[in-house]
Design a protein around this ligand. Structure first.
Ligand SMILES: Nc1ncnc2c1ncn2[C@@H]1O[C@H](COP(=O)(O)OP(=O)(O)OP(=O)(O)O)[C@@H](O)[C@H]1O
Ligand SMILES: Nc1ncnc2c1ncn2[C@@H]1O[C@H](COP(=O)(O)OP(=O)(O)OP(=O)(O)O)[C@@H](O)[C@H]1O
Ligand SMILES: [Mg+2]
Ligand SMILES: [Mg+2]
Lengths: 165, 168, 168, 165
């Protein structure tokens, strides 16, 4: 319904305008309907201004800048329609160190209310984890859980993935 | 409502029964390319009742059963179980008073399918209705698959409206 | 035939005249997100004569002219020059005997466009015909833009035929 | 023309069958026409078998495995239709360390005949470079070349990008 779309759009837009600057360390961003008069068909534009740069449409932006805007949008929608857990598969792949650090800080903040499971190749993301699960394929084609590192130590894992004392 | 534990056996590359025990805070899964990390995400989606094989990178649902390697034959069964902490009673209905609820799904190569809640055989709809109003599900923004950020980045304005519609 | 040198001025984020001097071996460009690395690739494509703004992440060709920042106004001109080593005489025609050939392209905000080879004003077609039979060009597999691998990965079989057609 | 398509396809397929195992450290891969009888309309399938795993279609493979297959295909086409230079923008983004190392070895090998310009965030890729160009935006929105590290040393760069003595 038009009502519900408008309400949801406004709620997401509100969150996005707070999250985007926090995620990229400044600047501003907002969503804009391509057609205010046709709520059933309108598209949605993403307009952002990275810190110190000029306001622009997404197209000219860099790979990492686009990813940060998309992540801010995903988190904005997630906070409007929360779930007890959030699974992220390599969303930090295009991010440089500064952006990855801010991304991880936001995940830490949100982890107070949400259970996060994050898949990553990024060293700085691994560092903010409370528990680290290492998966390998020593035998090709067969996955195994080989280590669980809890804050402060690594617990070797026996067959079947259960911790070994 | 947290996931306390996931058990994966015969699902995709997890030929051996593998248990992920979750604690407090942020969990991170790491490992080389192709070792099975995204398969864990697929296992969770599948355990929650995903019916579309393409949402699991497969072409038919049978694709999720361990298909063998150079040195090991295929298995005949895929199984995923998830144990939820239900301290807040968010998982309602007859389970509202239970401190933990376990859902388990099996798929046999014959095509036979099983769903169990706390060991009791149930229908798929009972699994999905268990999660009604909890925000848990295979759609929405609680599961961001590998490459999804790229899709959102490249979406045209008309496609992006879908993101809002799903949340509405 | 190597690129000896690239000069970028007023093109995208290169508001200041910037020179990349290339030596032997593999060159690597590094820096934080949004600092201008992919813009260097766009500059090379544009210098070679790219006519489609969308191939440069723009919507109109004017988008490649430095558009200003919070603290600096837009410029009125974008310019890219590339100096080629022509030791093997691969750049033919009247330039075949020259050890080096420089191509330069300018775009004014008025819409006026200039192409120069070794300082001489020429038409676009003379720039493109310079590279005929050298394998150099804006299409093909010598320039793999950010995200192109992902597009190839996700291409359907019918789309992939295009990869072979382009090379045929 | 059918002839030319067939010849080009076969040439690329031949290269791909050599490059793929070299790139991923074993296994095998090949291209297959979806319709042998209709060369004007046929699609092209990519069939690979990572080392120790089973032969399979691309869909179930991991992000990094798919990227490696695509890179092998790109290099196969490039070698069939070579150019004096090759520009790669963050193609190593989804690769783990082992795959990145093999990718960089292949770039080094090919750099004998081809001038490579590689954009990357990956430390191991930076290590195989003969020359490293650092781009920054100290002044937001304005790119500058700030350092050129040639094998054995870093040369600071003055305004305009020219080397300072
Ligand atoms: N039914 C199946 N039987 C056996 N192996 C399978 C099955 N389905 C998928 N696989 C294998 O699982 C592997 C992919 O695993 P996954 O996508 O989890 O990797 P990943 O750890 O996420 O890697 P990356 O870091 O590259 O994303 C592939 O090698 C694929 O062949
Ligand atoms: N005409 C222009 N005027 C000013 N700035 C521009 C112009 N065109 C593009 N830009 C800016 O250039 C930046 C993008 O640069 P580029 O794509 O080269 O980044 P990058 O170094 O490749 O980053 P990443 O590592 O994230 O891919 C954007 O911030 C964009 O706003
Ligand atoms: Mg993966
Ligand atoms: Mg880039």
């Amino acid at each position: 319904t038009r009502e519900r779309f408008r309400e949801t759009f406004d709620a997401i837009n509100e969150r996005f305008q707070v999250l985007y600057p926090r995620l990229v360390g400044g600047g501003r961003g907002f969503l804009r309907l391509t057609d205010e008069n046709d709520l059933l068909e309108t598209g949605i534009d993403l307009i952002v201004q990275p810190p110190g740069k000029r306001l622009q449409n997404m197209t000219l932006m860099s790979g990492g800048e686009k990813a940060m805007a998309a992540i801010a949008l995903i988190f904005a929608i997630f906070l409007v329609k929360p779930s007890p857990f959030c699974l992220l598969d390599e969303v930090d792949a295009p991010l440089d160190e500064a952006n990855a650090v801010r991304f991880n800080e936001m995940v830490r903040e949100m982890s107070g209310h949400t259970q996060f499971l994050v898949i990553t190749h990024n060293k700085s993301t691994m560092e903010v984890a409370d528990t680290l699960y290492g998966v390998t394929m020593e035998e090709p084609g067969v996955s195994r859980l080989v280590s669980v590192r809890l804050e402060g130590g690594t617990a070797p894992v026996g067959p079947g993935g259960s911790e070994v004392d | 409502m947290r996931i306390d534990r996931i058990e994966i056996h015969g699902f995709k590359s997890f030929a051996e029964r593998t248990v992920f025990q979750f604690g407090q805070g942020v969990s991170c899964v790491v490992g080389p390319n192709g070792c099975g990390k995204s398969n864990v995400i697929d296992a969770i989606k599948w355990g929650l009742g995903e019916q579309n094989a393409r949402q699991l990178r497969g072409r038919a649902m049978e694709d999720v059963i361990f298909g063998g390697s150079e040195s090991r034959p295929a298995t005949g069964l895929a199984e995923v179980a998830m144990l939820f902490d239900n301290g807040e009673g968010l998982l309602g209905g007859e389970y509202a008073r239970l401190p933990q609820v376990e859902i388990r799904r099996r798929l046999f190569r014959s095509g036979e399918s099983e769903y169990l809640i706390n060991g009791e055989p149930v229908r798929l709809r009972e699994v999905t209705s268990l999660f009604l109003d909890t925000g848990v599900g295979t759609r929405g923004y609680s599961i961001i698959e590998q490459g999804r950020v790229g899709l959102i980045v490249n979406a045209r304005p008309e496609e992006r409206r879908f993101l809002v519609e799903e949340a509405a």
